[in-house]
Design a protein. Structure first.
Length: 277
């Protein structure tokens, strides 16, 4: 201890960092912005990179905004989010919801992949990112554009998410994910399942490779092309340093988690506002 004390006095307080934020459009951004506000209060320098026809991603004095052009209209994104919102409240049979979800995945993948390609091949923007010496990338891995950039420039990544379809986030972090007791998306099962529900859960797990191939193969192709090596979605996300998950086991079924997974459920409930009539 006597030998260590002189070295401890040499350690200064933690310095503020420079954060590159590559968000996802829609409600994902609303929660992320709450975190950025707190990071700004702590002295961190924040740069947000977003498409020029963004919907909810807005400018602010707590961060610097950088925009890049994309090959689609703002209305295309608005229609995609509207249709997704309607599907969340659908009471249709499972197979109907499943096939509609696949079609939604296909459309959203095409749109977000086009946006990502525009960013990756924007020479001015990529030069700026390379020369800015960011300490970390803060991004939503549902669209892995931020992670592709992080790997390209060898920058650590902090993920901000609720979950990724087909439990890709769980597999990427190497968490246990047994379908025998962890409900799959769209199953409507709880963590207390009958035998028939467990069979259904297992069959959904088997189908995930097919459904997620539709959703994420465009990103895998783009990442492989840009990074100049074959890469899967799971391999991309496996490089994440910290996972901030908008979950809380008070409301979610219990599941194994890795040490670098931090649960921040309720982050979007920080501001209590009265509801209108």
């Amino acid at each position: 201890v006597a030998l260590l004390l002189p070295f401890l006095f040499l350690l200064g307080p933690a310095a503020a960092g420079k954060l590159l934020v590559i968000p996802m459009e829609g409600s994902h951004w609303l929660s992320m912005k709450e975190v950025l506000a707190e990071l700004s209060k702590r002295g961190h320098e924040i740069v947000v990179v977003a498409p020029d026809n963004k919907m909810l991603i807005d400018s602010s004095d707590i961060y610097e905004m950088k925009n890049y052009p994309v090959p689609f209209k703002k209305g295309d994104m608005e229609e995609l989010i509207r249709s997704f919102g309607e599907s969340c409240f659908s009471q249709e049979p499972f197979l109907v919801r499943f096939w509609k979800a696949l079609e939604g995945y296909r459309k959203s993948a095409a749109l977000f992949q086009a946006s990502c390609r525009s960013l990756l091949y924007n020479e001015e923007m990529m030069k700026y990112i390379g020369e800015s010496h960011f300490d970390a990338v803060f991004t939503d891995p549902l669209t892995p554009c931020g992670q592709i950039i992080a790997l390209h420039f060898s920058i650590p990544t902090v993920f901000f998410l609720r979950g990724v379809p087909c439990a890709i986030d769980v597999h990427a972090a190497q968490s246990p994910d047994p379908p025998s007791y962890i409900p799959r998306m769209f199953s409507l099962n709880t963590d207390h399942m009958t035998f028939s529900q467990r069979v259904k859960n297992f069959l959904i797990a088997l189908s995930e490779s097919f459904s997620c191939n539709i959703a994420f193969s465009p990103f895998e192709d783009l990442a492989s092309e840009f990074l100049q090596k074959p890469v899967t979605m799971t391999e991309l996300l496996s490089h994440g340093s910290v996972w901030l998950k908008r979950l809380d086991f008070v409301f979610e079924y219990p599941a194994p988690a890795m040490p670098n997974m931090i649960f921040i459920g309720g982050i979007n409930c920080g501001q209590k506002k009265p509801l209108s009539q």
